[in-house]
Design a protein around this ligand. Structure first.
Ligand code: UDP
Length: 223
């Protein structure tokens, strides 16, 4: 970057840097901590970028804290098809829908949430991509470092995701409740206001769009 005198950077961070938030929705100025090693790598890099900016304020850096990206481009040319057994909820559900896996394990139904299962803020990958364009537009005209939540502001439980997936895609997703997964938190959703004010960014896609596109990408991909 030095060679090309490039001092503009967008960093893909994660909502996991908020750790187990004391309240919801999560705002960008909430305290930062982590509950897993993945989160620690994101948080360390945020600190490195903040130090970099302190040492040279001619940089302009946007730190984007992604909530839970799912979905695929509606052309179904770009999407997610992980090898092996997925760790994340949506690719796992898709493999169950395709009968590559037999059932979904729901990690706990005794959380303090609407139905006891974990609640997350799922964002369509196309909205996420639009958020990056807005962030680039911002850093092209400013010299600052700032953090932005990229989420919809809505929290959906694991069972709401399963039910919506079944309804929209007309498939059955058998599931069983198992132990909580270590490092998971009960509930996580964004306050999307700062990204709206500063980046003029808002999400346009619904949960129905997300579950349809996640599934249809694989259906098209496997043809
Ligand atoms: N989850 C689940 N079964 C799975 C994968 C995930 O019940 O096979 C739950 C997980 O406990 C969390 C939510 O689904 O409440 C989203 O998990 P994911 O791994 O997709 O994202 P995270 O928020 O953990 O980064």
């Amino acid at each position: 970057m030095t060679k090309y005198n490039c001092k503009k950077l967008v960093f893909s961070s994660s909502a996991t840097v908020y750790g187990n938030p004391a309240s919801l929705p999560i705002k960008e100025d909430f305290p930062l901590s982590t509950t897993n090693p993945y989160g620690s790598t994101k948080l360390f890099i945020e600190y490195i970028l903040k130090d970099l900016y302190k040492s040279d304020p001619t940089w302009s850096i946007a730190i984007l804290r992604y909530f839970n990206p799912i979905g695929a481009h509606s052309s179904y040319l770009l999407g997610e098809d992980p090898n092996g057994i997925p760790n994340n909820l949506m690719p796992y559900i898709v493999k169950v829908a395709m009968k590559e896996l037999d059932h979904l394990n729901v990690f706990g139904n005794d959380y303090d949430t609407k139905d006891g299962t974990g609640v997350r803020d799922y964002i369509h990958v196309v909205d996420l991509a639009r958020g990056h364009i807005k962030a680039i537009e911002k850093i092209m005209k400013t010299n600052q470092i700032d953090c932005y939540n990229l989420g919809t502001g809505h929290g959906y439980s694991v069972l709401e995701i399963v039910n919506t997936f079944e309804k929209i895609n007309n498939v059955k997703i058998p599931y069983q409740i198992v132990e909580r997964r270590s490092g998971d938190i009960a509930e996580c959703y964004a306050d999307p206001l700062y990204a709206k004010q500063e980046l003029n960014f808002t999400c346009t896609k619904t949960l129905e769009d997300m579950v349809r596109d996640s599934y249809q990408y694989i259906v098209h991909h496997k043809k």
